[in-house]
Design a protein around this ligand. Sequence first.
Ligand code: PLP
Length: 405
Amino acid sequence: MMKIEDLYSERVLKMRSSEIRELLELSQQPGVISFAGGLPNPNAFPADVINEIIDKILNSDEASTALQYGPTPGLRQFREELTRFVAKSHIKAKIENTLVTVGSQQALDLVGRVFIDEGDVILVGLPTYLGAINAFLAYGAKLVGVPLDENGLRVDLLEEKIKELKRKGEKVKMIYTVPTFQNPAGVELSEDRRKRLAEIAIEHDLLIVEDEPYRMLRFEGKELYPIKYYDDGQHVIYMATFSKILSPGFRLAYVIASEEITRKLIIAKQSVDLCTPSFTQMIAYHYIKNGYIEKHIPRIVEMYKRKRDIMLEAMEKYFPDGCKWTKPKGGMFVWVELPKNVSSIEMLKDAINEKVAYVHGKAFHVDGSGENTMRLNFTNPKDELIEEGIKRLANVIKKRLANSH
Ligand SMILES: Cc1ncc(COP(=O)(O)O)c(C=O)c1O
């Protein structure tokens, strides 16, 4: 009998299944109030406008482009529109700096493909986005964690870490960061740390992968420049997605990087999928060009801010002493630190029994820490279920605490 294990590539042996994707299935049982996923609210999808745009495209000459294979870097008119779109976020880009990808998850994978050899070090936050961890691990990266605080990544500790790793002869290549309303912690990297991070990359010849899905989901506070703004044009690979401001079903995102890096990413993409679907690019092109996106984002922000407020108020009311949580100014997540002796992994069984779900925080920590942490999503559940879900969760925590004494 053939043993398939003997045939797998070494690369496949390094791949990990996403604990979260598996957990999502559990949380979809009937009656479970789920704070587990990272899903936008379906009411945030502009279905009627999309319908109108599709109708126009299919009844015009554009149909032949929308239904055809496209160039690997993306449709030219869409890339051009993107250069104008990112300028509003203070990013200067020419079409040669722009690459359209199938979600930013693909962009992360392409970065891994182009830059990571076995054992190369990537510095990431503690905690950090699980999809990036898994993408980079698949290429054999060694992920080294740097703690976060309420102002995001501890850039001072990061610099010490880089020096220490270099002294040990490690090949430090990259810093991966989600500076605005981070997934999972919800925190925002402060302005001075953004500047400093760009300087560190330049001083140490490193790349920064700046992953910005939540930049436009700001409920309050002043908009900060992206790290890319402080870059000399060579060091920051910026990526953003339409998943949270239009629809994740479009699987549409983009990368802004130096011409040299963009060329390499394009070559890597050629063998992955030839091109991003022309159809969704064409829809998104009209969606941006005609200003729908500017009208739509404030509606999403209003909805999510309301949901955040309901969640935070309920947490204040029901959560027991000894729990701490972030108060995000935007994005989709609240991050909770439970008392040290409570394992959010063990507690998950109790939570599912009580018909409430979350993601345990250990999955987001590359150093195995974070056992007493968890991530709560506030954007997907209905308003009227958020308070009830938090109440259930608070009871689960209280029971755990009572049993652990
Ligand atoms: C930080 C971060 N990066 C990337 C992604 C993947 O986004 P996309 O839907 O564009 O693949 C997500 C999705 O939740 C995310 O939170």
